[in-house]
Write a protein that binds this ligand. Structure first.
Ligand code: PMP
Length: 356
């Protein structure tokens, strides 16, 4: 019999689907997806519940959200794009800039969605190993840029390892990248950064005409389930991105929640500060136990568990904490509920001896 299956692009046929962090049993802590452990604010829930015209399409342009974001960033609405999660914008950016024969450079390990984003666009990934401290090796990333490079993704703080790119490192990097190459600064965790030398993308947009800054309501604002991400960048780049977007995909509920969250930002940022303080205490305690933990500037910490990664993940799970394991490299633990911290540290402490 002839093969009657439809044609799937060969590079897609071997591409695994995005793998979500494990769901937790009801009595376990789910620290595997860098989610915000705080429940939504009542005012945000009310704003979402007020959106009941399900028979109508949402505003395809998310204009109200863009207007508030633009105003705060000192940009025009055309320099702001809103999409169902910043991961959607990564896809849109790749499709807009990179196709067959083109290359996209990014650090590895970094956000797990990057390889798929590049492959789906038909382009080729160029992965540049992180430095030993888990940070981006921006010199090596600049070296990896060729005449085929169309886009470079810089993730700061880096998911899953944790360190930021400094402003000085970023400037030195940008000086080496041709202005025809799009540089995407993925700042999904920007609100959690406390390191003063960290690069902040938004104020640099004026200086670098080839820069797009990616942000999200999923992490600091706790709206992961409603899927709202946004980008700042040159209007013509974002116009191309909008042309690549799936139309009408940001729901009215997501838009309402984003607006209500921006109105209540002070309260939400207090929670962020609490999570960042908890993160710093956890890092200090882990280092005190002997762990070689990289600087952590997001809402997660990285444990370099090496060959024992699977074993360590099982031990955490047995203790009631679901973590994210990365091959034979390490474990990423999200900063979650206070109640999880003691168990987290106890389990990490009992594991550290196994590694020596
Ligand atoms: N970028 C990074 C670095 C992330 O870690 C994530 C979420 N894990 C995203 C982008 C995507 O977030 P969202 O689509 O929820 O906005």
């Amino acid at each position: 019999m002839t093969d009657e299956r439809v044609h799937i692009r060969p590079e897609v046929a071997v591409l695994p689907a995005y793998k979500q962090g494990r769901q937790a049993a009801p009595d376990a802590f789910k620290l595997s997806s860098n989610e915000n452990p705080f429940p939504p604010l009542p005012g945000v829930v009310e704003a979402v519940q007020a959106q009941t015209a399900f028979n109508r399409y949402p505003d395809a342009t998310a204009l109200a959200v863009r207007a508030v974001l633009a105003n705060r960033a000192g940009l025009t609405v055309d320099e702001v794009h809103v999409a169902p999660g910043s991961v959607a914008i990564l896809h849109e950016l790749a499709k807009a800039t990179s196709g067959p024969g083109d290359e996209v450079v990014y650090a590895w390990r970094s956000f797990e969605a990057y390889p798929g984003v590049v492959t789906v666009a038909g382009a080729t990934s160029v992965q540049v190993p992180n430095r030993r401290d888990g940070g981006h090796d921006l010199d090596a990333m600049a070296d990896a840029v060729t005449e085929r490079t169309r886009m470079v993704i810089v993730c700061t703080p880096n998911n899953p390892t944790g360190p930021v790119v400094t402003a000085a490192e970023f400037d030195a990097f940008m000086a080496r990248v041709p202005s025809t190459v799009l540089v995407v600064l993925d700042e999904a965790y920007a609100e959690f950064i406390t390191e003063p030398t960290a690069v902040r993308g938004t104020p640099l947009l004026e200086r670098y005409p080839n820069l797009v800054v990616l942000r999200t309501f999923s992490k600091a604002y706790g709206l992961a389930g409603l899927r709202v991400g946004y980008a700042f960048g040159p209007a013509y780049v974002l116009d191309a991105v909008r042309a690549c977007a799936i139309p009408l995909s940001v729901t009215a509920q997501g838009q309402a929640a984003a607006l209500a969250s921006l109105e209540r930002e002070d309260e939400l940022l207090e929670r962020v500060a609490e999570l960042a303080a908890s993160r710093d205490r956890i890092v200090a305690a882990l280092r005190g136990q002997g762990w070689d933990v990289p600087d952590a500037e997001g809402n997660f910490v990285w444990l370099p568990t090496g060959d024992l990664t699977a074993h360590a993940a099982e031990r955490f799970e047995a203790a009631g904490i679901i973590v994210r394991a990365f091959g034979k490299e390490g474990i990423r633990v999200s900063i979650g509920e206070h109640e999880a911290v003691e168990t987290l540290l106890e389990t990490a402490g009992s594991l550290v001896g196994d590694l020596q």
